[in-house]
Design a protein around this ligand. Structure first.
Ligand SMILES: NC(=O)c1ccc[n+]([C@@H]2O[C@H](COP(=O)([O-])OP(=O)(O)OC[C@H]3O[C@@H](n4cnc5c(N)ncnc54)[C@H](OP(=O)(O)O)[C@@H]3O)[C@@H](O)[C@H]2O)c1
Length: 241
């Protein structure tokens, strides 16, 4: 990161959004900045993050982050805390969908490992690095961006098997962290954006990023005193999972 904190944003809540340089992540960054938060646009490609930050304005700063690298996670969180003191909001948005049209009986070991490493372990690494600071501060909002494909209640097909399993497991992580963090001021929830027009969702998806980002942003900005935690939500309503 370059430069100093914008004085006008001092004292504001700070949000870190993984995979913030495109798709839903970029829109989540834009909406959080619009609500007055200082936003760290975390991305593998720094130039892409810088471009998003230029479009958003001074409330957004780029941060280099690859969630599959423990070193990168440690360094990014260190940099963020050094600069802003706290990370009040973490949106684990970075995700991959690598299965194509595979089925559950057509397993590619490499795809399974790569998918879990980003969608589950990446989010877990981030939570492990960020949540202790939230607990010390007595405030935190952790949002894991999930999918209806991860819902056991909606598991009507084995297509996209590693993606589905990764999101089911991510929801379990949400539930475990929420239970362990009860009473700390840190709320942990999963948000399903719905099928959205992005690189992953493709051009046929019915929702635009603005709508897709709505539930993640809602959960990321739950007001002080709110007790919503351990849930999986779509369109701001509980999703059967
Ligand atoms: N679009 C949908 O219909 C839909 C539906 C349900 C859930 N979701 C979920 O929504 C989230 C965002 O998806 P999207 O639709 O915006 O997809 P996208 O356009 O493909 O964007 C994925 C983002 O994740 C980042 N990413 C991937 N691997 C990463 C890593 N190792 N470290 C850091 N960042 C990484 C990408 O960064 P690079 O630019 O560096 O590749 C990119 O910013 C995902 O978790 C996805 O599963 C999407």
């Amino acid at each position: 990161m370059n430069g100093q904190q914008n004085p006008a944003l001092e004292g504001r809540r700070t949000a870190l959004v993984t995979g913030g340089a495109r798709g839903l992540g970029a829109e989540i960054c834009r909406q959080l900045a619009g609500q007055g938060l200082q936003v760290l646009v975390a991305a593998r490609r720094r130039e892409a993050a810088e471009e998003v930050c230029r479009a958003i304005g001074p409330a957004a700063v780029p941060l280099a982050l690859d969630v599959t690298s423990a070193e990168s996670v440690t360094e990014a969180v260190r940099e963020a805390l050094e600069r802003f003191g706290t990370i009040d909001v973490l949106v684990n948005n970075a995700g991959v969908s690598l299965d194509g049209s595979r089925t559950a009986l057509d397993l590619d070991d490499g795809i399974l490992r790569a998918t879990l490493d980003t969608n589950l372990v990446g989010a877990w690494r981030m939570a492990e690095a960020v949540v202790p600071g939230m607990v010390r501060a007595g405030y935190g909002r952790l949002v894991n961006v999930t999918s209806g494909y991860g819902s056991l209640a909606l598991m009507d097909s084995g297509r996209h098997p590693t993606y589905r399993v990764s999101k089911t497991a991510l929801n379990a992580l949400t539930r475990m962290l929420a239970a362990d963090l009860a009473g700390t001021g840190v709320l942990v929830n999963s948000a399903d954006p719905g099928w959205t027009r992005t690189g992953m969702g493709g051009p046929a998806a019915p929702r635009g990023p603005e709508l897709g980002a709505d539930t993640p942003v809602w959960l990321a900005t739950l007001p002080e005193g709110d007790t919503t935690t351990g849930g999986v939500f779509a369109e701001r309503k509980p999703l059967p999972w």
